[in-house]
Design a protein around this ligand. Structure first.
Ligand code: AAO
Length: 452
């Protein structure tokens, strides 16, 4: 992330979507810290409406840090544990709106609420009523509607009002007081960039900011107008990468990123998929694509564009279904590979985080492609990767890496730890070359941080 406090070279985000706080804490200690993830992104921690769908977390009822994912004390303990493991914490901050239930009710932690009435927090005068049918956004081609009408019936806060801005900043400052390092600003497109800037200006200390603005072709509001506040999610990245892997040629990736019209690298937050795109925004690669998904993540982590974020999902077939939970809809502790996919632990993905860290700052050299689906490139002096997404193996080839001579762990097929490699070892000769076979839909990656 571009604006965070210095985190050395550890910049990769693990998005532990809908994990509860005790499980996030133990993952920081046991996996994220050791594997070199720099950040964990967690789902909205504030009180929300009751029920079991995952998206209820996006309907705030109060700013008490008490949700199906855990209590304030558990949240605090999670932040402390992650910090001790060298992992910073990014919170998904829902600040554009409150709940979307016409009837009102009682929230997770017991606060009562109406659609436009949150006792002690907001009353009717704090919301927009834009005058369309149901006050609903009818066209994304109308800037005013997008920022003054309701997104799926969610009570739309008047973020131009100083009272609302101050109340939102009070919530975010409470999280900062618990040690939080950054915020994913949910539904940023639905707030003028200046409103987000004003809220940011009320924060008690600097924090990493990443704004959710889904690029939509021809829409008047685009991601570029938010870069003054911090990073912005680049939704074109995952969509374009999926198209390349599915139906085009990996050779096209030679100038992936800015060369494709994406945001400037330094403010771009990228992912193969996120919790919305893996469900609704057709065409991206997800855990359901298995090996190709792993290769796409490997490319993202090897390619020096943007701040990469690795999705970690619970498994689902129904779009609305919540994570594994008990009879009261309290989220259960995570059990990887049973109800939870834990993509961030897949060996290819987790090991490529180490590649990212070891190659930070090094440019791309020695690009090779066969004009089709076999590519290779070096991260100057630090690492080398080749991806063969052809339907057949590429055998008997040598690759020029420019790396110092030595024996390197192939981190796609093996894990490097305590000086040894659990998989194949690649020997780079004194000229910087190695020879190896690459099976179909497979890859080889080596870096100076995993040299034997
Ligand atoms: C739920 C129910 C609703 C009910 C509501 C209130 O589903 O029926 O009315 O409760 O009771 C999540 C869920 C929602 C859920 C909501 C509240 O996804 O289902 O509603 O919580 O519980 C727009 C926004 C974007 C937003 C996205 C979902 O701009 O900010 O919709 N994402 C965030 C979160 C998301 C969350 C919310 C916001 C709300 O990540 O999880 O919702 O807090 C176009 C526009 C986009 C627009 C999409 C979808 O995108 O450009 O701005 O996103 O449409 O409407 C291609 C195009 C692209 C297009 C895209 C998708 O990629 O290029 O332009 O396809 O069609």
């Amino acid at each position: 992330p571009a604006t965070a406090a210095p985190a050395g070279t550890k910049k990769v985000i693990a998005n532990l979507f809908e994990w509860n706080w005790p499980s996030v804490a133990s993952e920081c200690t046991n996996v994220l810290g050791p594997k070199g993830y720099g950040y964990v992104q967690v789902s909205p921690p504030q009180e929300h409406v009751r029920g079991n769908q995952w998206w209820l977390a996006y309907q705030p009822v109060s700013y008490r840090i008490e949700s199906r994912k855990g209590t304030r004390a558990q949240f605090q303990s999670m932040v402390n544990t992650c910090h001790a493991a060298g992992v910073k914490v990014i919170v998904d901050a829902v600040v554009n709106h409150m709940s979307g239930q016409d009837a009102g009710g009682t929230g997770w932690a017991g606060s009562s609420y109406g659609h436009y009435n949150y006792p002690g927090i907001y009353q009717s005068q704090d919301f927009h009523y834009c005058g369309t049918s149901g006050n609903e956004i009818q066209s994304y081609n109308d800037r005013w509607q997008v920022q003054n009408c309701e997104l799926v019936n969610l009570a739309d806060l008047k973020t131009e009002s100083d009272y609302v801005r101050t109340r939102l900043a009070t919530y975010l400052n409470d999280l900062l007081s618990l040690g939080v390092d950054g915020f994913r600003m949910d539904a940023s497109k639905h707030m003028p960039a200046a409103d987000i800037a004003a809220i940011k200006g009320k924060l008690s200390r600097s924090a990493y900011i990443v704004q959710e603005v889904i690029y939509g072709a021809g829409e008047p509001i685009g991601p570029g107008e938010y870069t003054g506040n911090g990073d912005v999610h680049e939704f074109r990245y995952g969509k374009d990468l999926a198209r390349v892997f599915r139906s085009e040629r990996l050779a096209y990736l030679k100038n992936f990123g800015e060369g494709w019209g994406h945001l400037p690298s330094g403010v771009s937050s990228v992912f193969v998929d996120n919790h919305d795109t893996q469900r609704d925004v057709g065409g991206v690669l997800t855990y359901k694509d298995r090996g190709i998904y792993a290769l796409a993540n490997a490319f993202m982590l090897a390619w020096p564009y943007g701040s990469p974020s690795v999705m970690s999902s619970f498994t689902f077939s129904n779009r609305d279904a919540g994570p594994p939970s008990d009879g009261n809809n309290k989220t259960l502790d995570t059990t990887c590979y049973s109800g939870w996919e834990c993509e961030h632990r897949w060996p290819v993905i987790a090991n490529m985080v180490g590649f990212r860290n070891a190659t930070e700052g090094a440019g791309v050299t020695n690009w090779y492609d066969n004009g089709n689906n076999h590519i290779a490139f070096s991260r100057t002096g630090k690492g080398f990767v080749t991806i063969n997404d052809e339907d057949s193996a590429v055998n008997g080839r040598s690759y020029y890496t420019g790396l110092p001579a030595g024996r390197y762990c192939d981190v796609i097929h093996g894990t490097y730890s305590n000086g040894s490699c659990s998989g194949p070892v690649i020997t780079v000769d004194s000229g910087g070359w190695f020879a190896a076979n690459v099976p179909a839909h497979d890859a080889i990656a080596i870096h100076v941080g995993a040299r034997l």
